[in-house]
Ligand binder design. Structure first.
Ligand code: HEM
Length: 353
C-alpha cells in the first residue's frame, strides 16, 4: 500500500534568496479545474527543471503547498495528520485573520526575472483552473534586514537541524518528507516605527539593531518578539521552525511589509508561537512588534514531498483501491543543505549586549 518510496523533499530548505514570489491561489469550481491542478502537480518537477536549467546560477526553486479544503476536494482520505485551516487568533489588542488559499507557490531565486518566469509558466499551466488570492514580491534588503531594519532569520536552524525542524518523519509515514507552511502578510506602520527610538526598537525585538546581538536574558523584555518566539517541549528542548520571510514594499502607496513564511514539521509549533505573539505569554503579555505590524492574511498549507506531489498527478496514491505506483516517480530539486550562513552577520545568541 505504500506506492511512494524513499520520498525526496521539495526545496523547503534553500539558502536565503535575493527575491521571492509568494503566490496564493484558489481552485475554480468544477472537475475540469481539479484535473488541471492535478496535472500541474504531476508536471511541477519538469516545469521547475525547464525554467531552472536556462540559468542555473539563478538558483531557482519552487515549493508547492496545498490548503486543507483543497486537499479534501482533490484527494480526500487519507490526509496529512497536521493539515487544517489556519485558526484566527484574537488577542486583547491584535488579531491574526485566517484567509482563504487552496494553493501556495513559493518561488525563490537570485533575481526577480527568474521568479517572474517561473510564476508565468505556472499560471500558463494552471490557466482558468485557478483564481488569484494574493501575490507578493519579496526582496532581500541590505544585510538581510527586515523592513523594520533588524537582521531577520538569524536564529533559523541550520543543516540537519533545519531538516529535522521542517520535514515530516516517521510520525506520519505516508506523508514523510512533507512539511507544513504558514504564511502571513504583515503591513508595518513605518511612521510609528521610525518615530520610535532605536533603544526602544531594540527592546521590541530583543536584539541590538546595528550589531544584531541578542539581549541578555535578564534585560530582554518578556514581551519582546524574540522572547515570545522561543518555545520548548516538555523536556526543555527548543522547538524550531525555518523562516523564509522577506520584506516587500510599494513606496508610492506607502505600503511597507514583511511576508512571514514559516516551515515546520508540525504546524502546532508555529501556532504556539502565534498564540504567544497575539494572545500573549502569559495572556495579555503580547508581542510588542504587533503594535507596529498588522497581519492582513493567514493561511496554512501542507507541502507534500516532491515525490508525493508528482504522484498526486494521478490522484491520492494512498486511497483505497488506488493504482499501484508505476515505479518511475519523477523527482524534483531536493532540499539543498540550508545555510543561513549567507547572512553577513552571524548569530551571536546568548552574548551580552
Ligand atoms: C526572530 C522579524 C513575524 C518567529 C525574529 C527577528 C526578527 C524578526 C528581526 C530576530 C532575528 C532572528 O532570529 O531572525 C519579524 C518580523 C515579523 C516576524 C518583521 C513580521 C511582522 C514572526 C512570526 C513568527 C516569528 C509570525 C512565528 C509564527 C520568529 C522566531 C524567531 C524570530 C522563532 C527567533 C527567536 C529566537 O530564537 O531568538 N523575527 N518576525 N516571527 N521570529 Fe520573527
Amino acid at each position: 500500500m505504500a506506492p511512494v518510496e524513499a520520498p525526496a523533499a521539495q526545496a523547503v530548505n534553500v539558502p536565503l534568496p535575493m527575491a521571492a514570489h509568494f503566490i496564493v491561489l484558489n481552485i475554480t469550481p468544477g472537475d475540469e479545474a481539479e484535473d488541471t491542478v492535478k496535472a500541474f502537480f504531476g508536471n511541477t518537477a519538469a516545469l521547475i527543471r525547464s525554467v531552472e536549467r536556462r540559468i542555473p546560477e539563478e538558483q531557482l526553486s519552487m515549493v508547492v503547498g496545498i490548503g486543507s479544503p483543497a486537499w479534501d476536494r482533490l484527494f480526500g482520505a487519507p490526509r496529512p495528520a497536521g493539515l487544517h485551516e489556519f485558526q484566527p487568533l484574537r488577542g486583547d489588542k491584535h488579531f491574526a485573520p485566517s484567509t482563504p488559499g487552496d494553493l501556495l507557490l513559493h518561488i525563490r531565486a537570485k533575481s526577480e526575472r527568474m521568479c517572474f518566469e517561473m510564476a508565468m509558466q505556472c499560471m500558463n499551466a494552471l490557466g482558468d483552473a485557478v483564481v488569484a488570492v494574493d501575490e507578493v514580491h519579496g526582496f532581500r534588503y541590505f544585510e538581510a534586514r527586515a523592513m523594520i531594519g533588524f537582521v531577520d532569520g538569524v536564529e533559523n536552524p541550520d543543516g540537519q537541524d533545519a531538516l529535522a525542524s521542517t520535514l515530516v518523519g516517521d510520525e506520519d509515514p505516508r506523508f514523510k518528507e512533507g512539511s507544513y507552511v504558514i504564511v502571513q502578510k504583515y503591513l508595518h506602520d513605518m511612521k510609528a516605527w521610525n518615530a520610535t527610538a532605536t533603544d526602544e526598537q531594540e527592546r521590541v525585538i530583543g536584539r541590538s539593531k546595528q550589531g544584531n546581538i541578542e539581549m541578555a536574558e535578564d534585560v530582554k523584555p518578556t514581551n519582546s518578539h524574540s522572547s515570545l518566539n522561543v518555545i520548548e517541549d516538555a523536556e526543555g528542548n527548543q522547538l524550531s521552525i525555518v523562516r523564509a520571510n522577506l520584506p516587500f514594499a510599494n513606496a508610492a502607496r506607502n505600503e511597507y511589509g514583511t511576508y512571514f513564511i514559516g516551515y515546520a514539521r508540525d504546524p502546532a509549533i508555529t501556532e504556539q508561537m502565534l498564540i504567544n505573539m497575539f494572545i500573549g505569554r502569559p495572556p495579555g503579555n503580547y508581542d510588542r512588534l504587533l503594535d507596529f505590524s498588522t497581519a492582513v492574511t493567514g493561511t496554512l498549507f501542507f507541502v507534500p514531498s516532491a515525490t508525493l506531489l508528482a504522484a498526486l498527478g494521478d490522484g491520492n496514491p494512498f486511497a483505497p483501491g488506488a493504482a499501484p505506483a508505476s515505479g518511475s516517480v519523477p523527482t524534483a530539486p531536493v532540499a539543498a543543505p540550508v545555510s543561513s550562513g549567507t547572512l553577513p552577520i552571524g548569530s551571536l545568541k546568548g552574548q551580552p549586549q
